[in-house]
Design a protein around this ligand. Structure first.
Ligand code: UDP
Length: 341
């Protein structure tokens, strides 16, 4: 099986690369290294079945050339992270809409099947008990940059569905809910790596708003195998699937659990959304998935518990920070950066 992963040097993408190499695939990563980094693939770089193509999904020719000859494509390349979207709405709109169109066209032209990675963000402010794939979307104004991400991903899904209807493209959509795990960076705003990093450094943990908003964190190691089973499942084609965690937790209690699990001496501090992002920023109070559909069709089971997730994130962050100070890591990084330039 020859598999292309756009965004394969990112957080979820790099875990997917490892999983597919273990399964015996030949893997081609297409990544512009904007939010991804070659170091995420450090453990796989010496595998001869891995090829890394440096390029953007906005480069139509490059996308087509990369997808040609592939059996399947996982499309993860996107501008992600609330902070990044708020700061760079234009480039995130372009990448998330035009980039996806290029990937869809390349799959139609070559006959590759496609897994489109969307997001739970598309449900917006719908705080209902459990969001099913049919739940309504409640979005704020498109002039508020936070909602441009949900708007763009909604367009992506509509495009994918139309390509399935009109061209018969073999495409399946997944909507991950707050997927977390080792190698996720806090640089673009994600709460778990941000707070774990603060706890390890003994800094105050920055909780935004009143901290009573809730999320259901899912572990990347549970989500990735489900994605692989979904792309291979003919009954999934043309449909969307929620992939989310089982436990609803407030950000206040997440912060406390991070302090407890890491044994940190840090305390919690609250910042207003205006201070954290921008004036008028809107957050969702609650986001709870119903993932029955993926559980029933491909056995999706978000079994990894939050305390274990925190431990794994903290363990990897701790050893990465130590490793990155070592001279041989710095040398290897220079070589990698040269290779991906
Ligand atoms: N958040 C926080 N502190 C941080 C980063 C995020 O309290 O350092 C909050 C954020 O406002 C949101 C929740 O944690 O309510 C989850 O944020 P994240 O950006 O990880 O995901 P999303 O907002 O997409 O659910």
């Amino acid at each position: 099986m020859r598999t292309v992963i756009t965004g394969g040097a990112g957080f979820i993408g790099s875990h997917l690369v490892e999983h597919l190499l273990e399964q015996g695939d030949e893997v081609v990563v297409l990544d512009d290294m904007s939010t991804g980094a070659p170091r995420n693939l450090m453990g796989s770089l010496d595998d001869p079945r891995l090829t890394i193509e440096h390029g953007s999904v906005l480069d139509r020719e490059k996308v087509l050339a990369t997808v040609r000859g592939a059996d399947r494509v996982f499309h993860l390349a996107a501008a992600v992270g609330v902070k990044l979207i708020v700061e760079q709405p234009l480039s995130s709109l372009r990448t998330n809409i035009h980039g996806t169109e290029n990937v869809l066209d390349a799959c139609v032209a070559t006959g590759a099947s496609l897994l489109l990675v969307s997001t739970s963000e598309i449900y917006g402010k719908n705080a209902s008990d459990k969001l099913t794939e049919e739940s309504d979307r409640i979005l704020g104004s498109p002039l508020k940059s936070r909602w441009t991400y949900a708007a763009a991903k909604g367009i992506d899904e509509a495009f994918a569905h139309a390509y399935w209807t009109e061209y018969g493209l073999d495409v399946t959509i997944v909507r991950p809910f707050n997927t977390v795990g080792p190698r996720q960076t806090g640089r673009y705003g994600m709460v778990v790596p941000n707070l774990v990093g603060q706890a390890l450094r003994g800094e105050p943990l920055t909780v935004y708003g009143d901290g009573e908003q809730t999320r259901c964190f899912s572990y990347v190691g549970d989500v990735v195998p489900a994605m692989v089973r979904l792309i291979a499942e003919p009954r999934a084609t043309g449909q969307a699937f929620n992939l989310g965690g089982a436990e609803e937790v407030s950000i206040n209690s997440l912060a406390q659990r991070i302090i407890d699990v890491t044994g940190s001496t840090s305390h919690v501090t609250h910042l207003s959304y205006g201070e954290a992002y921008a004036a008028g920023f809107e957050d969702m109070r609650r986001r709870v998935p119903d993932y029955t559909k993926a559980a029933e069709l491909v056995g999706f089971d978000p079994a990894t518990r939050l305390d274990d997730i925190i431990l794994r994130v903290a363990g990897e962050m701790h050893s990465r920070e130590r490793r990155e100070r070592e001279p041989q890591f710095v040398r290897r990084q220079v070589i990698l950066d040269g290779r991906s330039a």
